[in-house]
Structures are given as C-alpha cells and as structure tokens.
Design a binder for this molecule. Structure first.
Ligand code: KIV
Length: 266
C-alpha cells in the first residue's frame, strides 16, 4: 500500500491514479484494477444519494460509505472527503471529524476544500498525525458562492489566489493537492512551483496525477457528461439493456429456465 511519503516521492517520476468509490464492489474493482488512491468523495451526494450538489452530505453518510470502501479495498490508500461544515466551523470540529474517518472508517488520509483560508486547520490536523490532501480550483462545496461550475485561473486575481492557496497548503503540511477545473497554464505553474503532487480533475495533463469520479469514468449518468471526464464505457446503456432483457424474459416466460431452477432430482 502507498503511504504519504511514497506518494510525495512519486512526484515527477510516476503519475498517480486516483478514482472515487463509494461502496464495497466499486472499491474492490478499483483495487483489483491497481489504482493508487481511492477517494471516497463527497460527490457521493450527487452520484449515489441523488442530491443536487455535495452540500447536504453528512459525516454519518460519509462514514457508512467509507467503511464499505475500506472493506472492499483493504490494501489501497484511501482518502475520506470531509463534507461541508465538518471542518469549516473550527479546528475542534475538523479534528473530531477527521479523527472519525481514521478511527471509524480506517482511512489513510482526509481531503478538504480550500486554500489559504483552511491552511491553519490543515496544519493542526497534520500536527496531530492526520495526513491531509488539499483541494483548490473549483471547489464544489462553494458552488453557491462561486456561482456555478466555473473554470478557475482565467484572470490574474484568480491565478494569484490559486498560487497562494497551493503554497499555503504545501507549507501547512498537505501531502498532495487536487486541482479541479483549473486552466492548463496555472496548473503547470502550480505543479512546477510546489514539491508535493498535484492531482487534476479537469485541469489538463500537467498534473502529477489524475482523479475521475467513478460514475463519469464508467458513463453511468446519461444526463451528466462533463467535457473533462473521459467515459471509458457506457455502463448506463449496458445496464439498461440488461435490465430490459430481464424484463422481457420475465414477462415472456423466458426466465427462469430449467438451468436456473432447483428440482428434487439428484
Ligand atoms: O468529491 C469528489 O469526488 C471530489 C473529486 C472531484 C476530486 O472531490
């Protein structure tokens, strides 16, 4: 299994592969496929729980799903995503909730959103032995404040904020930083500026690693196909076709057949 030291050492040598997972079977598949890091993202809210965004996600929901992921991927580095208002309310809450991820769900690290404004919290968590992955750029928990899903780093003020945020997180002791929907130019600048890996989502090829959301990677949501996400398969179509065949089989008497039926004969 990777650890934070090895993750940092891989910068510039080997790209990091991260994917989100939210349950036992997806974690098992991710581990068997050899991904480096599983993120139990608070994207759980949109992808699995059917919320409009990540804001309603609670710590209890995250813990249930993260425990299932740990059971499915015992040998993989797992990051638990701190949900909205589980850390913004102060260092005590941050310590308590990050501690829950480590103690109750067996994660190896936590992730939280924000740059300079969360540096002090990151520093405290790291001081108490909790590895932290940062997350800057488009930060979904601030979707209302940002005013929608907007690419970050397009103007000078935004570029400055991102550079300062990345530096502050590095200095606070974060072991990696997710860059979400950041322009290619600023991503390159940040990746070259800091000594810890950047992991990109919608931030181009210059990151030290990439992360994709499980449902985007597998084409599971026909209504949401972001430009930056490559769907490696259309699982929505495959699942729907299978279920339509099942429906037709049951209605038409084709299932169950003798092959799927128990008899008293030995
Ligand atoms: O919640 C999530 O899945 C994330 C990724 C988009 C990085 O934060």
């Amino acid at each position: 299994m990777l650890n934070v030291r090895k993750i940092v050492e891989l910068k510039g040598k080997e790209k990091l592969v991260m994917v989100t997972a939210y349950d036992y079977p997806s974690a098992r598949i991710a581990q068997d496929a050899g991904v480096d890091i599983i993120l139990v993202g608070d994207s759980l809210g949109n992808t699995v729980l059917g919320y409009e965004n990540t804001i309603p996600v609670t710590m209890d929901e995250m813990i249930i799903h993260t425990r299932a992921v740990r059971r499915g991927a015992e040998k993989t580095f797992i990051v638990g995503d701190m949900p909205f208002m589980s850390y913004q309310t102060g260092i005590e809450d941050a310590l308590k909730n990050a501690g829950r991820f480590m103690k109750e769900a067996g994660t190896n690290a936590v992730k939280l959103e924000g740059g300079e404004e969360v540096a002090e919290i990151v520093h405290k968590l790291v001081q108490f032995g909790i590895p932290v992955m940062g997350h800057i750029g488009f930060t979904p928990q601030s979707v209302h404040e940002i005013g929608g899903y907007k690419v970050q780093g397009k103007d000078n003020a935004s570029r400055e904020r991102l550079l300062k945020g990345a530096k502050a997180l590095e200095e606070a002791g974060a072991f990696a930083i997710v860059l979400e929907m950041v322009t290619d130019e600023v991503t390159k600048e940040i990746t070259e500026m800091i000594s810890i890996p950047t992991i990109g989502i919608g931030s181009g090829p210059h990151c030290d690693g990439q992360v994709l959301v499980w449902h985007d990677l597998l084409g599971m949501n026909p209504d949401f196909r972001p430009k930056f996400a490559k769907a490696y398969v259309n699982l929505y179509e495959i699942c729907r076709n299978a279920l339509e065949q099942y429906r037709d089989d049951v209605k038409g008497g084709g299932f169950p057949s003798a092959e799927h039926t128990f008899t008293a004969k030995r």
